[in-house]
Design a protein around this ligand. Structure first.
Ligand SMILES: Nc1nc2c(ncn2[C@@H]2O[C@H](COP(=O)(O)OP(=O)(O)O)[C@@H](O)[C@H]2O)c(=O)[nH]1
Ligand SMILES: [Mg+2]
Ligand SMILES: [Zn+2]
Length: 307
């Protein structure tokens, strides 16, 4: 039978749902010895992959036999101990981190880690502060400071309330024609925002009592949804999974935009800005030119390297 192309929107590990341009969905398997990865990944095909497939009449199901080269992909370590990677999703334009100031409480360490990792994979990070309806006056000031900080650093920020839909339309417009990954702590409102963007999507919303219980996830695996023609979004279980896979310690600072112009003034070329003499970054932190909290979050990331 004739080959068709489509995009992988769901994977169970043995079955893949492939959606064609005209919105037909096919349940596919992969060809016996299908291995294209030079990377040692545990999954040869991930959500977001564009593939060629054909319906095999003898087998009675469709078979994926070729993958179109990926523009980019996001990976995590398969398990803590293994050297193998697991591809989370591919061909992404944006990775959107959803955060709330309260319930759950915001973690700028999470956000800063996310920003570094996403940029390393050449995907554009975006920040959404949701649940702004819950904020009192001082919380609002804090939110304004965060938006100013991250906007100034060059990241696109949105502030939303997914319950009333406030400002969600701005995010919708921004995402149009692109493929985005949604991530963030459990309970921040990822599924609620998606249901708000596309009523009828019918994603399961976790009750607050559940979402406060860390580690419980309403979403258990990655699935891609078509929001409209050429607009896709992947809802992901949580940011905890994102790690510094295949990273060198000195590279972390390259993804802190406010460090970058200073790094050439450090005495050592591969300065880690830890405690080296004549470090321009440390000096800037001391002078208050770099936000102390950002620097602390940077140090937390370096902790992963057992220096
Ligand atoms: N007050 C308020 N609650 C929200 C908002 N967005 C989501 N929620 C609630 O937060 C809880 C978790 O939402 P959910 O979408 O399941 O979060 P997810 O785990 O990130 O997908 C649910 O009880 C939602 O009703 C918001 O903007 N304001
Ligand atoms: Mg969810
Ligand atoms: Zn330095």
């Amino acid at each position: 039978m004739e080959k068709q192309t489509g995009v992988v929107i769901k994977s169970t590990g043995s079955w893949y749902s492939v959606l064609t341009k005209d919105d037909h969905s096919y349940e596919c398997r992969i060809k016996g010895k299908f291995r294209l990865d030079k990377l040692k990944s545990t999954n040869p095909i991930a959500v977001g992959d564009r593939v060629y497939f054909y319906a095999d009449e003898k087998l009675g199901y469709a078979v994926i036999d070729e993958i179109i080269e990926r523009k980019n992909f996001l990976v995590r370590k398969a398990t803590n101990l293994s050297k193998q990677s697991h591809i989370i999703a591919s061909n992404l334009d944006y990775a959107v981190i959803i955060a709330s100031i309260k319930t759950p409480k915001i973690s700028t360490a999470f956000i800063d880690r996310f920003l570094v990792i996403i940029q390393a994979y050449e995907i554009t990070p975006v920040i959404v502060f949701n649940k702004i309806d819950l904020l009192g006056v001082s919380d609002k000031d804090y939110l304004d400071d965060l938006v100013e900080l991250y906007t100034h650093l060059g990241y696109r920020c949105f502030t939303t309330c997914a319950i009333t839909g406030l400002h969600v339309d701005e995010l919708t417009t921004f995402m149009r024609g692109k493929t985005s990954l949604f991530t963030g702590q459990s309970g921040v409102g990822k599924s609620t925002i998606l249901n708000c963007i596309k009523p009828g999507l019918g994603l399961k919303i976790s009750r607050m009592s559940e979402s406060r219980n860390k580690g419980k996830h309403g979403t258990t695996f990655y699935e891609m949804y078509k929001l409209d023609k050429n607009t896709y979004v992947v809802d992901s279980p949580g940011i905890r999974e994102l790690g510094l896979y295949d990273f060198e310690a000195f590279e972390v600072g390259l993804f802190f935009p406010e460090f970058k112009p200073l790094a050439t003034s450090c005495k050592f070329t591969n300065c880690l800005h830890l405690n080296e003499p004549n470090c321009a970054v440390i000096k800037a932190v001391e002078k208050g030119l770099i936000l102390h909290e950002r620097y602390v979050n940077y140090l937390k990331m370096l902790d992963d390297f057992n220096l």
